[in-house]
Design a protein around this ligand. Structure first.
Ligand code: HEM
Length: 186
């Protein structure tokens, strides 16, 4: 069986780390309202901010690595499907960069710094302007829901490739042990 052109291990690790961090940040962002007000709620929001910043840093790393590594050839397929997948990737990368930045600016606009896992604080480089806080928070919330819809479509497309089209689109981005279980010889 011909080996399939796989992503390199670092790209695979970054892909799944970002996926887990986005889901956790989204769930904590939504779930924070259920936490009773007080120290626990403050800690929950702080965790949301730190995890959200990790998404930004990991995505910047991914984009940098993508520019450095040898590109993985596209699998054979319809031209429209290739274009759709490229448009989806572009939209996801845009959201992964823009959404954390909008969240960050919404906190900075309040005149607060952002603690990063309690290790250091990112002080605000802008003048506080309370009028900006609500529009930025609203944009952040709408953007977050849109991003989860995009991520869901992205995951659904991967499952269609694997189960219906039976190609290697999903297998080549899975960690090696799992890929080999699904497709011996991968
Ligand atoms: C991929 C990264 C992120 C995702 C998916 C995300 C998602 C969310 C979601 C779903 C909410 C709840 C929205 C609602 O109530 O309907 C939220 C709220 C919030 N997020 Fe994020 N977020 C991310 C990154 C960040 C970052 C990096 C910051 C700041 C450093 C941040 C700051 C905030 C703030 C301040 C709120 C609360 C707004 C309020 O109190 O109403 N977020 N986020």
């Amino acid at each position: 069986m011909t080996p399939i052109p796989r992503y390199d291990p670092f790209s695979i690790d970054l892909h799944w780390l970002v996926a887990v961090a986005v889901l956790a940040t989204y769930a904590i962002g939504l779930g924070r309202e259920l936490v009773p007000t007080g120290q626990l709620r403050t800690a929950t929001l702080a965790l949301h901010l730190s995890l959200g910043l990790s998404v930004f840093v990991l995505t910047a790393l991914r984009l940098g690595w993508r520019g450095l590594r040898v590109s993985v050839p596209s699998l054979a397929g319809q031209r429209w499907a290739l274009l759709a997948s490229q448009a989806m990737q572009l939209a996801l990368y845009f959201a992964l960069i823009a959404l954390p930045l909008i969240g960050l600016f919404s906190v900075w606009a309040e005149g607060r710094g952002v603690s990063v896992f309690g290790l250091c604080v990112l002080p605000s480089p802008i003048n506080a302007d309370k009028r900006l806080v609500e529009p930025l928070e609203d944009l952040h919330a709408v953007g977050a829901h849109l991003m989860i819809v995009l991520a869901g479509l992205h995951a659904a497309a991967a499952l269609v490739h694997h189960h219906l089209l039976r190609d290697d689109t999903l297998v080549r981005i899975l960690p090696l042990a799992l890929a080999q279980r699904l497709r011996p010889g991968a």
